[in-house]
Design a protein around this ligand. Sequence first.
Ligand code: FE
Length: 218
Amino acid sequence: MSGDHHHHDDHDHDHHHHGSVTHSHLPSDPALRVKAMETLLTQKGLVDPAALDALIDAYKNRIGPQNGAKVVARAWSDPAFRTALMADATKAIDAMGFTGLQGEHMVAVENTDETHNVVVCTLCSCYPWSVLGIPPVWYKSEAYRSRVVIDPRGVLREFGVDIPETKQVKVWDSTAEIRYLVIPQRPQGAEGFSEEQLAALVTRDSMVGTGLAKQPGA
Ligand code: FE
């Protein structure tokens, strides 16, 4: 991670100065700034450290693409759930316990032999965070947001996804009100897989549409 690089640089720097920590580079460390703000907010009684810990734990360990993968795996294995998901994704996902939506509606779009779906937010970075966690940097990038609309096949090729000309590519533009979840095609060779085994094949990118589900054994 880039944060580690930063720390290594600091260590080198400190070493040359015999460990004298100069205030000129302390504030450049984002982790330190965050810690300082947390301390201040806690001291002023504006933030409950336990609530902050719970929030961080949620994003680190409980809210992430593993939730979306479970939704996809269930859709692949349970036709009644798939029908419910396609009809009302908000309700179906809520029933699986992946809540925390703040008024926005989830819409599931399913990849088929005829259609490949890909999701973007051209305005900002709206993302189905309750099922996919924190959006990747590229999703928020100006390049992705502007180019995927104009040349979806070209952008997908850069992600290593080659969509044949015979297949339609649909680009879904997220908004504050609607968040899309792509249901990738179930790969061949996963017959008889449990939901848990199937979920392991579902990548984050496959649920944004910039990837495909993994092949079993790949
Ligand atoms: Fe947005």
